[in-house]
Design a protein around this ligand. Structure first.
Ligand code: G3P
Ligand code: CA
Length: 244
């Protein structure tokens, strides 16, 4: 599986319609996107806790209402060609792309948003999203436990940072009681780790491949999918896909 990291963020401004359109154009299997809550508790698609890096605004997401957030311009920081891009809501993304591509939804900074588990669960379990392929992931295992109470049928992924310096068998055992995916930093991935993940009936989508070498190593280690800024990296050179 090819998972477009924040959309096709190597070519377009991350987490915008431009990035998601490009990911679809390049044949990605999933969109990876980051969600947080606006001041009025709308679920919005943005990576950082502040709007500063990816828009013309300044300040924390939770200090802006949805209306205020959507007035911000979120494309030209990347390139002037993308002037006019906006911060989308999760609902807009699900309505525009649902059924066309899978969604790997990462909840960012859940401790900043005490109601986000409930809000997100409510949104994703609405009937119109039942036929969509959705996975919810987070670095925060406690958050995933909480989310599962509200939406037990939605598959979960645990993100693992490089700083953990290795994943133990006991951790995998505990995690496998809740999650279907272990998604580590690519530097943690070995063939042995992937085998252990598979042994416990989980899958793995490591992050974030940005070059051919990185992709080749992950494919060689038999991962189930690759989170990448450049979803066309394997398609440009099909020989990568058949590496041993
Ligand atoms: O999906 C994995 C990856 O997105 C986690 O890191 O900082 O890009 O959200 P980050
Ligand atoms: Ca992310």
């Amino acid at each position: 599986m090819i998972i477009a990291h924040r959309g096709a963020s190597g070519y377009t401004p991350e987490n915008t319609f431009a990035a998601f359109d490009k990911a679809i154009e390049l044949g990605a299997d999933y969109l990876e996107l980051d969600v947080q809550l606006a001041k009025d508790e709308e679920v919005v698609v943005i990576h950082d806790a502040k709007v500063d890096r990816t828009s013309n605004g300044k300040g924390h997401i939770h200090h802006f209402t949805l209306k205020e957030l959507q007035k911000l311009e979120a494309g030209s920081w990347f390139h002037e060609d993308f002037y006019g891009e906006r911060i989308p809501t999760l609902t807009q993304v699900l309505q525009r792309y649902g059924g066309k591509i899978g969604m790997l939804i990462e909840v960012k900074y859940p401790s900043l948003y005490p109601t986000i588990a409930e809000k997100l669960a409510k949104l994703l379990t609405e009937e119109m999203y039942h036929n969509q392929t959705i996975i919810v992931q987070s670095f925060d295992f406690q958050f995933l436990k909480q989310f599962h109470q509200h939406a037990p049928s939605i598959p979960l992924g645990l993100l693992v940072k490089y700083s953990i310096k290795g994943i133990t068998n006991n951790q995998l055992k505990e995690w496998s009681s809740l999650v279907s995916y272990i998604n580590p930093n690519k530097a943690l991935v070995t063939k042995t780790l992937v085998k252990k993940i598979h042994y416990r009936n989980m899958k793995t989508f490591p992050y974030t491949a940005r070059d051919r070498k990185g992709m080749e190593k992950l494919i060689h280690n038999r991962v189930d999918g690759i989170i990448t800024d450049f979803p066309d990296l394997t398609k440009k050179d099909p020989s990568i896909e058949s590496s041993p």
